[in-house]
Ligand binder design. Structure first.
Ligand SMILES: [Cu+2]
Length: 248
């Protein structure tokens, strides 16, 4: 005769399972956001220190979560909250430009992904049902799919301009402009952004403030009086991207 199975009333069996469901979803989401930042570093060939610190703290939170669950939850929640607050000014500028797909997806993942991580920390702390964790996971994957689709469609339908005979060509293939751009008044500047990120061609003190979508060319008439003008890129974080426009 086999021994009877003993289940103590103070051991809520479902609880451990549910906590694991939420924790798993939290770890996947937090790691996904951190990995998106690391992929972004690779694409821009530069490490952004604040994002790197966030990725390291996320890794620490995930490791700690196994040994000291609540400490791990606090580390992941606080890291996401601080990173979200810091990334909003950059992300807001990109969110209106889905045609520059990589910048846009990075902004969406940076904001929505971190909001999701914060929500999952709260859920992991309080909510006890597996079904809710599965539903949130499915919604998150669905939203990621929608994000990627919007970026792909917006990129595909935004065609940019064709270069015409007589245009003065300027190629932007990095987060940099040439030191000096020389045109004659009335020329059309064909700015070919071959870079995978969006930029702007903004001439200080004039009406010329043109979006340069990723991987597209834009024709910009330079109807300015002869003179010397300062050119900047108005994308947050691109403050080093300046040039001098000489109109002859
Ligand atoms: Cu730029």
């Amino acid at each position: 005769m086999s021994a009877p199975t003993v289940q103590r009333a103070d051991e809520p069996v479902g609880r451990a399972t549910s906590a694991n469901s939420w924790d798993r979803l939290l770890v996947i989401s937090a790691a996904f956001v951190a990995i998106a930042d690391i992929i972004f570093f690779a694409l821009i060939a530069e490490v952004i220190p604040a994002l790197a610190v966030g990725a390291v703290l996320t890794a620490v939170g995930i490791v700690v979560l196994r040994a000291r669950r609540r400490v791990g939850l606090v580390v992941l929640g606080l890291t996401s909250a601080v990173m979200l607050a810091g990334s909003v000014p950059f992300a807001l500028d990109h969110l209106g430009h889905p045609e520059s797909g990589i910048d846009w997806m990075h902004a969406v993942i940076g904001v929505a992904g971190r909001l999701l991580v914060i929500a999952l920390v709260v859920a992991a702390w309080r909510v006890r049902t597996d079904a809710a964790a599965r539903l949130v996971g499915a919604i998150a994957v669905g939203l990621l799919g929608i994000t990627a689709t919007v970026a792909l469609v917006a990129t595909a339908v935004t065609s940019g301009d064709e270069r015409r005979a007589g245009d003065v060509e300027l190629v932007v293939d990095a987060t940099a402009f040439p030191d000096r751009i020389t045109v004659s008044s009335g020329d059309v500047l064909f700015v070919d952004n071959t870079h995978i990120f969006r930029h702007t061609f903004t001439v200080e003190g004039t009406d010329i403030d043109v979006e340069l979508p990723a991987l597209q060319g834009v024709r910009i008439p330079i109807d300015l009086p002869a003179g010397t003008y300062e050119v900047i890129c108005d994308v947050p974080g691109h403050e080093s991207m300046t040039s001098v426009l000489v109109v002859e």
